[in-house]
Design a protein around this ligand. Structure first.
Ligand code: FMN
Length: 237
C-alpha cells in the first residue's frame, strides 16, 4: 500500500488501536477465574513504558491477586463509606444539626464529595455497588510525590496504558478510585503494603475475564473544540 492508498484506507477505517480505545468499557462483572500471570506482567510493562514529565516515572505499582486481601480492603472502604454517609447525609430525620459540618466537608473535598461520587459512596455503603466487582487481580497505583510537574497525571497515563493493554489482551478492567478511602485516615492499608513517603495512593484498576461482552461504543458528550489554522479559527464538534 503506498501512502495515498494508506491514507485512503485510514480515512474509511479505524486502526486496531482506535477500536481498542473506542470500544473499551468499564467492566463490573467478572468470572472467578484468575488471569494468567504473564498477562498481568505484560500489562505492567505497558505502564512502565508510559511517558512521564522529565521521564521521572513517578509511580509504584502493587499487584494483588489474593481474594482475601481484596475482600478485606473492600470491607475497609465499605466501613469508611458508611461513616462518610453518616456525616454527609444530614437529610435523615433528626440529623439536621450535621448540616454545617457536612457543608464544610463538601466544600473542603469538593471533587470527592461531588453529587456523583457521593451517590456512589452511598451505594457502596448500602452494598448496592461493589468495589472491585469480583475482579481477581487488582493493580494499585501509587505516585512518587516528588515527581516532576504533575505526578498524578503521569500515573493516570501509566494506568490508562495498562487498561488499554488489558483490553487488547481480551481482558476487562475497571478503574476503582474509591479505594482511596482505604489509604487515608485511621485503619488504612499503607502499612500493609509498606507504602510510605514518597509514595501516595492514586488509584487502582480491577482486571479480570468479563462475564458477557460489555464492549462497545456508547454515546459520549460532544465537547466543542476550537481549531486555529492558516490565520483562521473554527469550532468543531
Ligand atoms: C480515575 C477513575 C476512577 C474511577 N473510579 C471508579 C470507581 O471507584 N468505581 C467504579 O465503578 N468506576 C470507576 N471509574 C469508572 C468510570 O465510572 C467510567 O470510566 C465512566 O463511567 C465511563 O464509562 P466507561 O469506562 O465504560 O467508558 C473510574 C474511572 C476513572 C477514570
Amino acid at each position: 500500500m503506498d501512502k495515498t492508498e494508506r491514507l485512503e484506507w485510514l480515512n474509511n477505517n479505524r486502526t486496531e488501536t482506535e477500536e481498542i480505545i473506542l470500544r473499551r468499557r468499564s467492566v463490573r462483572l467478572y468470572k472467578k477465574e484468575q488471569v494468567p500471570e504473564f498477562m498481568i506482567k505484560r500489562i505492567l510493562e505497558t505502564g512502565r513504558y508510559a511517558p512521564s514529565a522529565g521521564n521521572y516515572q513517578p509511580w509504584k505499582f502493587v499487584v494483588v491477586r489474593d481474594g482475601k486481601i481484596i475482600d478485606q480492603l473492600t470491607d475497609t472502604v465499605i466501613d469508611k463509606c458508611k461513616s462518610l454517609k453518616k456525616i454527609i447525609d444530614y437529610r435523615r430525620p433528626g440529623f439536621g444539626w450535621l448540616r454545617p459540618i457536612a457543608n464544610l466537608l463538601i466544600r473542603l473535598k469538593s471533587n470527592e464529595l461531588h453529587p456523583a461520587p457521593f451517590g456512589a459512596i452511598s451505594m457502596i455503603a448500602d452494598g448496592t455497588l461493589g468495589l472491585y466487582h469480583g475482579a481477581p487481580t487488582v493493580i494499585f497505583i501509587f505516585k512518587d510525590v516528588r515527581g516532576v510537574s504533575n505526578p498524578d497525571l503521569d500515573c493516570g497515563i501509566a494506568g490508562q496504558n495498562m487498561v488499554l493493554a488489558a483490553h487488547s489482551l481480551g481482558l476487562g478492567t475497571c478503574w476503582v478510585g474509591f479505594a482511596k478511602l482505604a489509604f487515608e485516615g485511621k485503619n488504612n492499608w499503607n502499612d500493609f503494603f509498606k507504602i510510605k513517603y514518597p509514595y501516595k495512593f492514586i488509584s487502582s484498576i480491577g482486571i479480570g475475564w468479563c462475564k458477557g461482552d460489555p464492549d462497545g461504543m456508547i454515546p459520549r458528550q460532544t465537547h466543542a473544540i476550537d481549531w486555529y489554522e492558516d490565520n483562521e479559527s473554527k469550532t468543531i464538534f
